[in-house]
Every structure is written in structure tokens, then in C-alpha cells.
Design a protein around this ligand. Structure first.
Ligand SMILES: *[C@@H]1O[C@H](CO)[C@@H](O)[C@H](O)[C@H]1NC(C)=O
Ligand SMILES: *[C@@H]1O[C@H](CO)[C@@H](O)[C@H](O)[C@H]1NC(C)=O
Ligand SMILES: *[C@@H]1O[C@H](CO)[C@@H](O)[C@H](O)[C@H]1NC(C)=O
Ligand SMILES: *[C@@H]1O[C@H](CO)[C@@H](O)[C@H](O)[C@H]1NC(C)=O
Length: 372
């Protein structure tokens, strides 16, 4: 199967999920106490100084990814102004770290070479895994001592081989770039904004490596990547990756606050997700379907670059007849297009959104991918 066909399959079919290796159950108490030491920001290797966040070539989780327990507050008092945002980001980072860690455990050098990928791929995957462990530590340290620092849950990732893993990695990296453009609008402290931007830049480097070395396409993504202002909605759409009930009970709700929006995707027979293509929308969680008020006008709002474009949709015959919509042809085939269903053109407030977001990947192929 070519990359193009594969990405389509990855985007639009539900692939067999692989279970993440079990968190350590023996020595649970000892591990819990070890995790509490992380409350001290000066404890252990420091990102930006220690080589483990780059060149740990082992299969075992890079520290502090091996300490999956939540870190409890060490002081009483009001939370720091940006604690909730960082808690959301740390909980999301456990998903990304676990995604790469799982691949490091399942695959080896030969797996990627056999799949036709460069012989450096496995090492790069490990290096990204190490960067992500550094993010865990950076985010833990941004949360103040009066708030809990979320621990890891269990996850299911929809990939089944090295190529589908890499396709999902490409989607997750660029989605996190778009997501951080929204998250940075939620924090109050200037240094927090700078820190978030530096993380988005790191994810962009991961993405560029994949576009160049793995997919062998032009890595440039146009003059700007996509800004999507409602970061918690992107996090809300990652819920299908988490095993229900698997999160530590001390973790705050993820994300908080959450709108519990219905997930949005494109129907299985979708041929193209390029600008100008007409697609049928699907709401992929049978337990969470949208409620459209009869007679009310709804819109698909597409975000690309710094702009958005609104297309009215017909909902009165749904679900008997599917809702079809044309992706605005004016957008370039670069980066991603984030899509929501809203009751107001331009979705100017998060409350106007009734479903989504769906993330449409345009690079390396304008074929795919809702996914999140
Ligand atoms: C976590 O990793 C560190 C560094 O490799 C190691 O010293 C520690 O024993 C590990 N702890 C657990 C609970 O795995
Ligand atoms: C990689 O894993 C495969 C399948 O598990 C195994 O046959 C092979 O020997 C491994 N290669 C290396 C270099 O470890
Ligand atoms: C890896 O691939 C490069 C370029 O294809 C080649 O020059 C190099 O010898 C390979 N290295 C190994 C260890 O196979
Ligand atoms: C979408 O664009 C319109 C028109 O420029 C703007 O009024 C609206 O605020 C934008 N929506 C968001 C969420 O930025």
C-alpha cells in the first residue's frame, strides 16, 4: 500500500488499537513516593541541561516518564494563575509521551527499515520521546506547589504498524502546534506564553523532520501555521485515546473546563480532504451526537492560517440524510485546517460551537485525517 492510500486508510478507518504497556503495578507504593519527589523543581535532571532529554537510547521510559503517579500539592493555598492551563497541558503531554514511549517499546531499528524508512528513524523516534519526557518535566515545574500535577492514564492509540504509527505522529505533532496557538491565549503570565511558544516550536521541528525524512515532501507549511483559539476543544477531542476510568483519581477533570462536544469526522468513503473537496460529515461517538434545533441555521467553520471561513450547512434532514459540506477552495493545501460546527458564522465564542473540532491534515497528503 502506498503512503497515499495508507494515509487515507489511517485517516478514515478505525484501525486496531494497540494497548499501552501496563504501568508498573508492583512497587506501586515506592513509585508513588518517588513521584512525590518531583514536587521539587530542582530534583533530578533539568531539561535544557541534561542529555537524557535528547540522547537516552534505552527502551525503558525516559525519566520522569517512568514516574506515572500524580504529584500531590505540598502547600495549601490558592492555585497559581495559570495552573489549570498547565494541568491541561501536562495531562495532554502524558498522551504524547506515552504514544512515543509505546512505539519505542514495540518497534526496533529493523521495524522502520523494513517499512522502507531511513535507518535513523528509530533513533529519531527515541529522541522525540526524550524531548516529550522533557516536556513532562517542564510542565510539572510550571504548576505551582498548591495544585496537583496530573499523572498518566492508560491509552489506546489507533495504529497497527510502523507506517501507521508515523502517520499518526505527523497528525499529533501538527495538531499540537495548532492547539498551542490557542492555549497560549489562555495563560496570564508572560513567561508562560514564551514557554508555550518554545514548546510549539519544538513540535514544529518534529513535524518538519517527519515531512522531510519520512514522507519526503516539501516541509514548508506556508507563511503561518493554523491558529485555533479554543484549545480545550482540541483536548476534548483526544478523549477517544484514553481508556475510560484509567486516570488517577487525584487528576483534575481533563480537560477542564470541558464542553463535552460531539466528535467530528469525515465519512469513511471520503476521497479527498483537499480544499475544494465536498465531504460528508460524521459524528464519530455514537454516545455523543449533536442536537440541532429545528429551523435554526448551522455552519461549518474552517480555520486555516490566521483566518477562518464559514459555510452554511443543512441539518434539518440529519441523521436521515448526511450533512455535506465543501472545504473552502481558497485555502492552500498546507498544514492543517481545523473544522467545527457552530451556530454563528465565524464561531466568535466557544459557546457557539456545537461539534468538533476535526483536524484535517493537508500535508503530506490532502487526504486525511480527522483522527483526534
Ligand atoms: C525511574 O528512572 C530513574 C532514572 O532512570 C531511576 O533511577 C528510577 O529508579 C526509576 N524509577 C522507577 C519507579 O521506575
Ligand atoms: C526487531 O524486532 C524483530 C521482531 O520482533 C526481531 O525479529 C528483530 O530481531 C529485532 N531486531 C533488532 C535489531 O533488535
Ligand atoms: C544508513 O543509511 C545511509 C544512507 O542511506 C547509509 O549511508 C548508511 O551507511 C546507513 N547506516 C547504517 C548503519 O546502515
Ligand atoms: C473568524 O473570522 C471572523 C471574521 O474575520 C471573526 O470575526 C471571528 O472572530 C473569527 N473567529 C475566531 C474564532 O477567531
Amino acid at each position: 500500500m502506498g503512503v497515499k492510500q495508507f494515509l487515507r486508510a489511517c485517516a478514515l478507518a478505525s484501525l486496531g488499537a494497540v494497548a499501552l504497556s501496563k504501568p508498573i503495578n508492583t512497587h506501586r507504593r515506592a513509585a508513588f513516593f518517588e513521584a512525590q519527589k518531583l514536587a521539587d523543581p530542582a530534583y533530578g535532571p533539568i531539561p535544557g541541561e541534561s542529555a537524557i532529554f535528547n540522547t537516552n537510547w534505552g527502551k525503558a521510559p525516559t525519566w520522569p516518564g517512568n514516574l506515572t503517579d500524580p504529584i500531590l500539592p505540598t502547600k495549601k493555598g490558592p492555585p497559581g494563575v495559570d495552573d489549570q492551563v498547565w494541568q491541561n497541558l501536562l495531562a495532554a503531554e502524558w498522551i504524547i509521551f506515552s504514544f512515543y514511549q509505546q512505539a519505542v517499546e514495540i518497534f526496533n531499528e529493523s521495524s522502520f527499515i523494513a517499512a522502507g524508512m531511513p535507518n535513523t528513524t528509530y533513533q529519531r523516534v527515541k529522541e522525540i520521546r526524550n524531548n516529550e519526557a522533557g516536556h513532562l518535566r517542564i510542565f510539572q515545574n510550571q504548576i505551582s506547589e498548591t495544585s496537583v500535577k496530573p499523572g498518566a492514564c492508560k491509552y489506546n492509540f489507533p495504529y497497527h504498524d510502523p507506517v501507521s504509527f508515523l502517520a499518526l505522529a505527523t497528525v499529533l505533532e501538527i495538531s499540537s502546534m495548532a492547539f498551542l496557538t490557542g492555549l497560549v491565549q489562555q495563560v496570564k503570565l508572560d513567561h508562560a506564553k514564551g514557554a508555550m511558544m518554545s514548546i510549539a516550536e519544538t513540535e514544529a521541528r518534529h513535524e518538519v523532520w517527519q515531512l522531510m525524512d519520512i514522507w519526503k515532501v516539501n516541509p514548508l507549511g506556508g507563511p503561518s501555521d493554523t491558529v485555533f483559539p479554543y484549545a480545550n476543544e482540541v483536548l476534548g477531542s483526544t478523549g477517544n485515546l484514553m481508556v475510560p476510568g484509567s486516570c488517577p483519581k487525584e487528576n483534575p477533570e481533563y480537560p477542564s473546563p470541558s464542553q463535552h462536544l460531539p466528535a467530528l469526522g469525515a465519512s469513511k468513503n471520503t476521497k479527498s480532504l483537499a480544499p475544494g473537496a465536498t465531504i460528508d460529515l460524521t459524528f464519530t461517538d455514537p454516545k455523543n451526537q449533536p442536537k440541532f434545533v429545528p429551523g435554526k441555521q448551522y455552519y461549518a467553520v474552517f480555520f486555516h492560517g490566521l483566518a477562518n471561513a464559514t459555510v452554511p450547512i443543512e441539518t434539518c434532514d440529519w441523521p436521515k440524510k448526511s450533512i455535506s459540506v465543501t472545504i473552502p477552495a481558497k485555502f492552500e493545501e498546507k498544514g492543517v485546517i481545523a473544522t467545527v460546527i457552530a451556530d454563528t458564522p465565524g464561531a466568535p465564542k466557544k459557546e457557539t460551537i456545537v461539534a468538533g473540532p476535526g483536524i484535517i491534515l493537508e500535508q503530506p497528503e490532502p487526504l486525511g485525517v480527522k483522527l483526534l
